[in-house]
Design a protein around this ligand. Structure first.
Ligand SMILES: C[S@@+](CC[C@H](N)C(=O)[O-])C[C@H]1O[C@@H](n2cnc3c(N)ncnc32)[C@H](O)[C@@H]1O
Length: 212
């Protein structure tokens, strides 16, 4: 007997065949809400690497990209950041609001590929954890440009993606589509510069910090 393919793979393939890199996310969250699928990245807890990095926000503005069910946004909010968190999947945004009804986080439906203009250079902290790698590579330059554009002068941009160097590139099938070290470095554009780049989780992920 063969193991059934996970729902995220099936939905992603159908969405990408239609030329839409993001529609499958909402379909997956909707199926999961009905108990018909699992969302592989939801843990019910904040990202452990972000939790290890966390520093006091003192009311400064943070933007969480691909906020999913809200755990990372709530972590930042609890540490004093004024958080905006966005996801392209309305079902995920609704679920985050429902999970944290007292939250001060501003949960927004938005697309990294077409972000609101008022977010340009607006955030003291920008958190990008394993989202851009979930879109095919041809969307990467536009996504990376949006990301760099969010960062305010003197701010910090955190980028964490699966490390291509830890994968067997010849046989690898996305999603996700991992990042090489050079691709992580490409976030340093439009006045943004790299502060540090390391591999974490035994080389499985890149963790980079940028500033403007
Ligand atoms: C692989 S999940 C990672 C979620 C979360 N950042 C984490 O670390 O668990 C990717 C998330 O990004 C969202 N997403 C994908 N493409 C997006 C886009 N273009 N704009 C905004 N959100 C996007 C998806 O809906 C999903 O919630």
């Amino acid at each position: 007997m063969t193991t059934p393919e996970p729902a995220d793979r099936v939905l992603a393939r159908a969405s990408l065949a239609d030329g839409d890199p993001t529609a499958w996310f909402d379909r997956l969250y909707t199926a999961a809400a009905r108990g018909e699928a699992e969302v592989p990245w939801t843990r019910g807890t904040p990202n452990a690497d972000l939790a290890a990095w966390i520093s006091p926000g003192d009311g400064r503005r943070a933007l969480v990209v691909g906020s999913a069910l809200g755990d990372d946004a709530e972590l930042l909010s609890a540490h004093g950041w004024a958080v905006t968190a966005f996801d392209v999947a309305p079902t995920a945004v609704d679920a985050a609001r429902a999970r944290f009804p007292e939250s001060t986080v501003d949960y927004v439906v938005a697309d990294l590929l077409h972000p609101p203009g008022e977010w340009h250079h607006a955030f003291d902290l920008v958190v990008e954890i394993i989202n851009i790698q979930a879109m095919p590579r041809e969307f990467r330059p536009a996504a990376v440009a949006s990301l760099a554009g969010f960062l305010a002068p003197g701010g910090t941009l955190l980028v964490c993606e699966v490390a291509e160097e830890s994968t067997d590139v010849a046989t690898w099938e996305g999603p996700p589509w991992p990042f090489s070290r050079a691709e992580i470095e490409s976030v340093a554009q439009d006045g943004v510069r790299l502060v540090s780049l390391e591999t974490i989780r035994d080389g499985a992920r890149h963790w980079a910090e940028f500033t403007r």
